[in-house]
Design a protein around this ligand. Structure first.
Ligand SMILES: Cc1cc2nc3c(=O)[nH]c(=O)nc-3n(C[C@H](O)[C@H](O)[C@H](O)COP(=O)(O)OP(=O)(O)OC[C@H]3O[C@@H](n4cnc5c(N)ncnc54)[C@H](O)[C@@H]3O)c2cc1C
Length: 394
């Protein structure tokens, strides 16, 4: 199907669920003023998830819940370019926030497609895309983040499966998730990357204790997850025993490209920033104009770079780390401009529409720069695996 025909079709389907957003130029002062590039929830989460599930079921009924996915597993069998067209159309409509499904849909689905058993694919892929099952990522631990292979959660064999013990941390959305993709050490005698295995852990199982972590922004969108003698059947193992590192690497490549693509810096957000400058400075001073022009140009360049990198389809390569770096760097620049033009209004809520709202971006951005791989780790990945520079001393 041509991209033009596809755009027309998805515009009809998405439009049947939600109205178009008001054009940016006329929107000042109207509607929700949140600058929501980072998922931060403290209230209304259950209602938002219910609405998101309704939307995803609507898409699924029209064969659009997984545009680039294989038809055998409920996908439309189209390309990542078509998926991008859907994303652009979605951004034009007043739809529920899809950040709740980012890990399930954009990371776990392609990872299971590559490493899962047929039963896992049949049982889960479609339900993950519709949001019927929500998943989170149980990788980081208090003593293992960038150096994830140093983790100490243990999984020990029992006759009918495995028993997991350990602590995970910074697990985004664990409190509203049904399952977690967990990496644990299965052979402590092997080199650290070689003795790890991944499992899909049922988060309602006895022995799973989920505790929210309060964030800088006031929300609590991630959690600590304690695992005490949690039984996991062998059918929930993803990939080979002691082969978990490969599964995690696949998922991280997908996660980083999803953050770059889906969080992205869309044209509407750039328009919001320009609008902000218009409403706070009259006329906009030369320095701000210069900075805004730079953001507009770099946002275009970031989008085109991402499009070009995605043209190949398939599993993203290490070069997609650049899409996350470009995104977070641009958002930092936008946050700085907002702080400059707002002055005290950036830190003190005067109640004026569209002003203090930018503080959510500023406070959430450090998290975005760390989650899914810190800037430094991603630069190392680009240096070593894309530019083939000598390896960083470790
Ligand atoms: C918003 C958010 C969401 C998250 N969601 C999840 C989730 O859902 N599931 C999950 O498992 N984890 C999640 N995390 C955790 C995240 O993956 C880790 O925070 C991240 O991997 C960094 O690990 P760390 O916090 O232990 O920092 P460290 O690894 O201790 O790093 C500390 C600092 O040292 C730098 N550093 C470390 N190693 C190197 C190196 N080799 N070269 C150069 N600099 C280096 C880092 O860049 C960083 O600045 C999330 C984190 C955030 C902020």
């Amino acid at each position: 199907m041509s991209e033009g025909d596809f755009r027309q079709r998805v515009t009809e389907v998405v439009g049947a669920f939600a109205p178009r957003r008001a054009a940016a130029g006329n929107a000042w002062g109207q509607g929700d003023d949140r600058v929501s590039v980072v998922a931060e929830r403290s209230a209304g989460e259950a209602e938002e998830i219910a609405e998101l599930r309704r939307y995803r079921a609507h898409l699924d009924a029209h064969g659009l819940s997984w545009v680039e996915g294989p038809q055998a597993h409920g996908g439309a069998g189209l390309t990542t370019r078509h998926a991008e067209v859907l994303r652009v159309v979605e951004a034009e409509h007043a739809l529920p926030d899809d950040a709740y499904l980012r890990f399930s849909a954009s990371t776990l689905c392609p990872t299971l497609l590559e490493h899962g058993t047929e039963d896992q694919k049949t049982g889960l892929l479609r339900r993950l895309r519709t949001g019927e099952v929500i998943a989170c990522q149980l990788y980081s631990e208090p003593g293992a983040g960038s150096d994830l292979a140093g983790l100490s959660t243990r999984a020990e064999r029992r006759d009918d499966g495995w028993v997991l013990n350990g602590q995970k941390v910074w697990s985004s959305g664990a409190h509203y998730s049904d399952i977690g993709l967990c990496i644990a050490r299965t052979d402590p005698d092997k080199p650290k990357h070689a003795g790890l295995t991944t499992f899909l852990v049922d988060l309602t199982a006895p022995g799973v204790d989920i505790r929210p972590i309060r964030q800088l922004t006031g929300g609590a969108s991630f959690d600590e997850v304690f695992l005490t003698d949690v039984h996991v059947p062998d059918s929930a193992r993803v990939g080979a025993v002691d082969g978990g590192w490969g599964v995690v690497m696949t998922s991280l490549l997908h996660e980083r490209s999803a953050i770059g693509r889906e969080v992205g810096v869309d044209a509407a957000l750039v328009d919001r920033l320009v609008d902000l400058a218009r409403h706070t400075q009259e006329p906009i001073d030369a320095r701000t104009r210069d900075q805004l022009a730079d953001v507009v140009v770099r946002a275009w360049a970031a989008r085109l770079t991402t499009d070009r990198l995605l043209d190949g389809g398939g599993t993203p390569g290490p070069e997609l780390a650049m899409t996350k770096l470009l995104t977070t760097d641009l958002l930092r620049q936008m946050s700085d401009i907002a702080a400059d033009v707002l002055g005290a209004g950036h830190v003190a809520d005067t109640g004026e529409w569209g002003t203090y709202a930018w503080s959510e971006l500023t406070l959430g951005l450090p998290g975005l720069r760390v989650g899914g791989g810190t800037d430094e780790i991603l630069k190392n990945a680009v240096g070593e695996r894309v530019l083939q520079l000598p390896k960083d001393a470790r």
